[in-house]
Design a binder for this molecule. Structure first.
Ligand code: URA
Length: 214
């Protein structure tokens, strides 16, 4: 199976997933969207009202702000994969519960394995904590670090900046730094924009074959 086919299969599995109670109130699951060979993956928290209606990530107010932040950073939405740590809407937009995060992690892990992004931008503390457990977002936002083979850039959640006006200058400044951080990450990996290293492409093409053995 190609990475694209695996991503579609995960989306199908997510649409009928009953691993946690969030499925009971979902209208549409939101598996995430973007190219299966994306170099950059943005990972948010979970669907809100509009995402639950449309089945697409970041299409509400936070999404409009994210679009603005991406445009400012010269990142085109169609070139990146955008997903969430939980794929179904927590009722009333409450925080996802630990058991919901744990139940949904199998889907996110499968997506990361198939896409094999070299750069992950986390949006909000739940996504950040998956990669940098125990960190405080107020202390490390906008600071890129290596986690395993990937670069992780923790950002404030766009919705947090909409609700707390005091955070807005920080998120704008962090996204303004994004082009430079991407440049640094690519230089460290010896490649140019959007390009995957030979090893990454090889890994992406090999892993599905290994999977199909089981
Ligand atoms: N907030 C998120 O974290 N994800 C979405 O998809 C929308 C809003």
């Amino acid at each position: 199976m190609s990475a694209e086919e695996i991503i579609s299969k995960i989306a199908e599995e997510v649409s009928v997933c009953t691993n946690c109670a969030l499925h009971e109130s979902r209208k549409k699951s939101v598996p995430g969207e973007g190219p299966a060979n994306a170099e950059i993956m943005f990972i948010g928290e979970g669907p809100g009202f509009h995402e639950n209606e449309q089945g697409r990530p970041f299409v509400g107010a936070a999404g409009k702000f994210l679009d603005q932040l991406l445009a400012q950073a010269g990142v085109t939405r169609v070139d990146v994969f955008i997903g969430n740590v939980v794929k179904c809407r927590p009722p009333g937009n409450r925080d996802p519960l630990p058991e919901e995060l744990a139940a949904c992690d199998i889907h996110l892990e499968a997506q990361i394995k198939a896409i094999n992004p070299s750069i992950i931008v986390t949006l909000g503390r739940f996504s950040m904590n998956k990669f940098i457990p125990g960190a405080k977002i107020s202390a490390i936002h906008g600071q890129m670090r290596k986690v395993g083979d990937r670069f992780v850039i923790p950002m404030f959640h766009p919705a947090a900046a909409l609700h707390q006006a005091a955070l807005k200058p920080a998120i704008l400044a962090d996204f303004a730094k994004l082009p430079e951080l991407l440049k640094q990450a690519r230089a460290a990996q010896g490649k140019s924009a959007g390009e995957k290293t030979k090893e990454e492409t090889q890994q992406q093409n090999e892993e599905p074959k290994q999977l199909s053995l089981f």
